[in-house]
Design a protein around this ligand. Structure first.
Ligand code: BYC
Ligand code: FE
Ligand code: FE
Length: 477
């Protein structure tokens, strides 16, 4: 087993609980990567806020609950560390052909390529999201929100460290090369894009930021949970610790959108014609288009509905289902089918496929159910505010770029339509450039403690027991 413990070496250049000082070669490799990472952060991380002290939490221990320390930190001084959730028992492979046998503390040769691909794909999303969000500080609706943005950013940076540690420790020369590449790809770049679709889409304003942390970070939660069931024990324990940080990212997205929805309902009532935009707010059609946009790009992140990759990952115990251990009894999934809609001869029909090949879809089901719950809470907010509007999730067939629905056209209700029908209506269904123009026109920075932009309601409480008018970011050091 890896030499991990609950005790964290905080004095080390790279804080860790993986006994880095006992592995000088690895320590050297990571210390060589550190300045390159900082250079990337300086070039591609949040612009212009490097000298400002921010009230951030830093992971300082791996104990359940007691791992977070809150203090003022300048982002480049953030202590990005390597933390694995400690083992409390002898870990086993959680799913697939060898379910129940001892987990691997090293990478088995036959799974080396697949594991490397999974870890690189996971790793690539982390810096990508920081790149997508780098301009948002300039149009933040409050210091509270600005702080939350930067909290998310530094933790995505730490998630990159978590994956780079695995690459450098377990994948030799290849791993070191991949670690370099991770700092060279760029979100949205034509020649060197990030790997997955959603991470190349622009995220220029806070409506997209909240939708991204709500829907795209939530894909992160489900992918990390699937990897937390991995038979490769260091990956399982690394992703378990990442999940503890992820909860705050989802909170930021869920409550951010909820506060916009609340404010829009207020403005709707304030305006004589119920016109939210006339009051400088964000109208519900635009909110719905934003949900449609980021939710569907996030659905794509689960991969194809019918996937031989997914089948292999599950069969070989590399990736489980959501809460594989707790939720399921049959961890082999050799029998049984999964029924799903497919397009055949211009019609949508139901088809059964072997369960193992549908593992991406099984994970997507858990994700969709989670999203539905949040939408339900937002609609409760609307109801309580006396607004007649209700928000929905579009069909999972709508606006897809991956899997069996890509290449066909559906409306948000999941009805198969022609490309002409789609193109004539797409501006009513998805974010369009004019939406971005409008949003950027109302998003002016609001940096006074306790003040919030007109288009969003204040949060009900602050961070770590601090009031909402706390100086979460010191604009001058
Ligand atoms: N965009 O068999 P298929 C997070 C590729 S988010 C572009 O259908 P598979 C975070 C696929 O790679 C969580 N390409 O899919 C959130 C394959 O390519 P090759 C990130 C895509 O392999 C917010 C081909 O299409 N973690 O942490 O079963 C902020 C056919 O693939 C996409 C992970 O993703 C796409 N959307 O499943 C910060 C976990 N989808 O092999 C962070 C690791 C598929 O033909 N990744 N393709 O070249 C995986 O487990 C799998 O790679 C996927 C795809 C679930 C993504
Ligand atoms: Fe992350
Ligand atoms: Fe995240």
């Amino acid at each position: 087993m890896t030499a991990t413990s609950t005790s964290v070496d905080l004095d080390a250049k790279i804080p860790n609980n993986v006994g880095l000082s006992d592995d000088p070669k690895l320590q050297r490799a990571l210390e060589q990567w550190l300045p390159k990472y900082l250079e990337w952060w300086h070039d591609m991380g949040p612009t212009d806020f490097e000298h400002m002290p921010i009230f951030l939490r830093t992971a300082v221990s791996v104990d359940r609950g007691g791992w977070a320390n809150y203090d003022y930190v300048k982002m480049p001084d953030y202590r990005w560390g390597i933390f694995l959730t400690p083992n409390d028992s002898e870990p086993t492979i959680k799913c697939g052909d060898d379910a129940g046998t001892p987990a691997w503390s090293d990478v088995p040769g036959e799974h080396r390529n697949a594991l490397r691909r999974i870890i690189v794909t996971q790793a690539d999303t982390e810096p990508a999201s920081v790149e997508q969000q780098r301009m948002l500080g300039h149009v933040a609706p409050s210091l509270y929100d600005l702080r939350n943005l930067f909290q998310v950013n530094v933790e995505e940076g730490r998630h990159l460290w978590a994956m780079v540690y695995l690459l450098q420790k377990y994948f030799g020369r290849d791993g070191r090369d991949e670690a370099e590449e991770l700092l060279l790809r760029r979100s949205g770049d034509e020649d060197k894009p990030r790997i997955l679709g959603a991470f190349n889409q622009p995220c220029d304003h806070w409506l997209s930021f909240f939708a991204f942390t709500m829907f795209t970070d939530r894909d992160g939660k489900y992918q990390l949970a699937a990897l937390a069931e991995s038979g490769f024990d260091p990956l399982a324990r690394s992703t378990q610790f990442m999940l503890t940080e992820e909860a705050h990212h989802l909170f930021v997205g869920d409550t951010g959108l909820q506060r916009i929805i609340k404010r829009s309902a207020e403005l709707q009532q304030l305006d004589p014609n119920g016109d939210v935009r006339a009051q400088g707010g964000i109208d519900f059609d635009l909110i719905q288009r934003t949900i449609n946009y980021w939710y569907t790009y996030s659905l794509d992140l689960f991969g194809g509905e019918i996937s031989s990759n997914a089948s292999t990952f599950f069969a070989s115990g590399l990736k489980g289902r959501y809460h594989e251990t707790r939720r399921y009894e049959d961890h082999k999934a050799l029998t049984g089918d999964y029924r799903l809609p497919v397009v055949e001869n211009g019609k949508v029909v139901e088809k059964d496929v072997p369960l193992r090949t549908a593992m991406n879809e099984v994970l997507r089901d858990a994700y969709v159910a989670d999203c539905e719950k949040v939408i339900g809470r937002w609609n409760k907010t609307l109801e309580e505010s006396g607004s007649p509007t209700r928000l929905t999730l579009p069909s999972r067939l709508f606006h897809r770029h991956q899997g069996i629905y890509a290449g066909h056209h559906f409306d948000p209700q999941g009805k198969l339509i022609t490309v002409e029908q789609y193109e004539a209506n797409v501006h009513r269904w998805l974010l369009v450039p004019e939406d971005n123009d409008y949003l950027l026109s109302i998003m002016k920075p609001c940096y006074e403690p306790g003040k919030f932009a007109n288009w969003i309601a204040p949060p009900t409480k602050g961070i770590e027991g601090r009031p909402t008018d706390f100086e979460y970011v010191k604009m001058h050091d």
